[in-house]
Write a protein that binds this ligand. Sequence first.
Ligand SMILES: [Cu+2]
Length: 333
Amino acid sequence: MKKNTILILAVMTALNLNAHEYSSARPDSHAPINVMGDHTHNAGEWMVSYRYSYMEMNGLMNGDSSVPSSAVHNDSTFSAGAGMRKAPTKMDMHMQMLGIMHAPTDEWTLMLMLMHHEKSMDSVNNADAVTSSESEGWGDVRFSGMRKFYETEDAKAHFTIGLSLPTGAIDEKNAAGTRTLGYPMQLGSGTFDLLPGVTYLKQAETWSWGAQAHGTIRLGDNDHDYTLGNRLDTHLWTQKPMNDHLSLGARLHSAVWGNVDGQDNTTNMRSMMPGGREDMQGGFVTCLGLGANYTLGNGHRLAFEFVKPLYQNYDGYQMERDWTLTLGWQYAW
Ligand SMILES: [Cu+2]
């Protein structure tokens, strides 16, 4: 054989080895379970999903340092002459999410998401008396459309544009029904929120990775005359299939969100507790998620992810995030 022919054959072989066709059947073709709107579907496909997520928060932070409850009780900078009466000590959040996806065409995938929240928070006053507050109910409903704009043999990308409807309550009250709970205990934003995003997915023969940036832009004021802060979430993940069914994954998630604009006009808790202050709601968190995706091969998928914060920094006194566990089931046909 001529040298040229050998060279061409060698190049073709190398190309062939690298060529990998994107497989939606692989367990790692879906992102780690805490990434929403990570994938698109082919025309005519449907998918339903259920997620359960539990988050635990423990203790207080100010900026990026842990502080004791007494810091809140003694901090006189926020109310004239005295600190705030109540400091949160512990918060649990159970969230359930129901999702439906459908692709009317190969370019567009539509998604509807319903959320249900159960929150409970303990606070301590300066006499060491603990009180609990609870809220429970449906959150904001989200409609999204995902439009594929880039596709090669082993990579794809899509834009997301979504709208969150103000279906979640913003008037959850204390047990006595005498006052509205703080901002973190409410179930919705009370505003229509725009949800733009962009997602990139790359699948190699033996591993895959993906990235997503996702915004939450609040439109206008809610019925209580305030607006929650805008928010930006970014996810970077990599996953490795162990066999046809199981993949293991790691995800880096960063989120930054602003303070509340305006002030809840139904109650004034600015001098009572940090959760009632519009200037103590913003923050920045970077977390590491470790989890697994499992596909049963008949359309059903199971997944879990355990998330631990690596760094957190808050405006004023806010609860420290401890850990989150998410379990998910998905069924596509
Ligand atoms: Cu789907």
